[in-house]
Design a protein around this ligand. Structure first.
Ligand SMILES: [Ca+2]
Ligand SMILES: [Ca+2]
Length: 303
């Protein structure tokens, strides 16, 4: 762990100490007792404890020592359910009572629970292709849900991974016209369990579209921190392609910089001191390019 990471990890402990430090001369409440686990699943644990025998209790503080987290529970409540626990980790908890003057009790007994390894794959996504263009295919799939963790998706084209992301939507670009592709999506949980969607065979049409999209409208450039430019523009329209599949190529001082698809914002940088010129060109799925839209941002500096 880096020095900065260690300092960050230690911070919640310092905060907890400050929160429950007893006032000089004030009696601390008695510690809660009989902390126990009353229910558990692969990713949740329910704790219960017996009330403090003395003190005017304002709330209970459940400290999760394995993650340096704490959770406050009203005094009327002597149970707490922790959800979304990481798999295959030993977690441990204690409870402290805090009275209405802010005095904290000693810690209760400690309980621990080791979550089992995650061996269950996420639910199977269902893949569809809402748009098939000459060189570009839009893919959409149902969200895959895992029992323990988040899910990462990999789009496979003809059996090879093409892109990986956490979004349940993708546009494949750079395909060939009049060609068939076998496409599916694998969903993987953090433990590495994966499941694969249905396989679609998509056949791109010939590139007969010769009309370019409209030029990106209302291009705006905002300088952020001298060297960074935030660009935004209104979506282009095309005679064939839906807005979600139009590609925008960004140029910095005439040099290609980056591309986005269906997304009308971009972050660009200065490549020289002074005024930098940014250009956005919309490109449809057949490769037709719009008229360029240009904005200048003055007074920039190289990062
Ligand atoms: Ca799982
Ligand atoms: Ca077109």
């Amino acid at each position: 762990m880096s020095v900065r990471g260690a300092a960050r990890a230690a911070l919640p402990a310092l905060v907890i100490l400050a929160l429950v430090a007893p006032e000089a001369g004030a009696a601390s409440p008695a510690a809660p007792t009989n902390l126990r686990i009353t229910a558990s699943t692969s990713s949740t644990v329910t704790l219960a404890w017996d009330t403090s025998k003395s003190g005017s209790i304002a709330y209970y503080m459940v400290l999760e020592k394995s993650t340096w987290s704490h959770f406050n529970v009203p005094a009327s409540q002597t149970t707490f359910t922790r959800t979304r626990l990481a798999a295959n980790v030993t977690h441990s908890w204690v409870v402290r009572a805090v009275d209405t003057r802010g005095n904290g009790s000693r810690e209760s007994n400690t309980v621990s629970y080791k979550t089992p390894p995650d061996v269950t794959a996420p639910s199977t996504p269902t893949l569809s292709a809402p748009f098939v263009g000459a060189k570009r295919v839009e893919l959409d799939w149902t969200d895959s849900v895992d029992d323990v963790s988040g899910v990462t998706y990999t789009v496979n084209v003809n059996g090879s991974p093409a892109r990986t992301d956490t979004l349940s939507h993708a546009v494949l670009d750079g395909l060939s016209p009049s060609t068939s592709y076998a496409v599916n999506v694998s969903a993987r949980d953090r433990a590495g369990n994966s499941v694969t969607s249905n396989t679609l065979t998509v056949t791109t049409p010939a590139a007969t579209d010769t009309s370019p999209p409209s030029a990106p409208g209302n291009l705006m450039g905002l300088e952020v921190g001298s060297c960074e430019g935030w660009l935004s523009w209104d979506p282009s329209t095309d005679d064939v392609d839906p807005a979600s599949t139009i590609r925008y190529d960004a140029y910095v001082n005439g040099v290609f910089d980056s591309a986005t698809i269906g997304y009308t914002k971009s972050i660009v940088y200065a490549t020289k001191n002074g005024t930098n010129t940014y250009t956005i060109v919309a490109v449809d799925s057949a490769g037709n390019e719009s008229q360029p839209s240009t904005v200048e941002i003055p007074n920039m500096f190289l990062c």
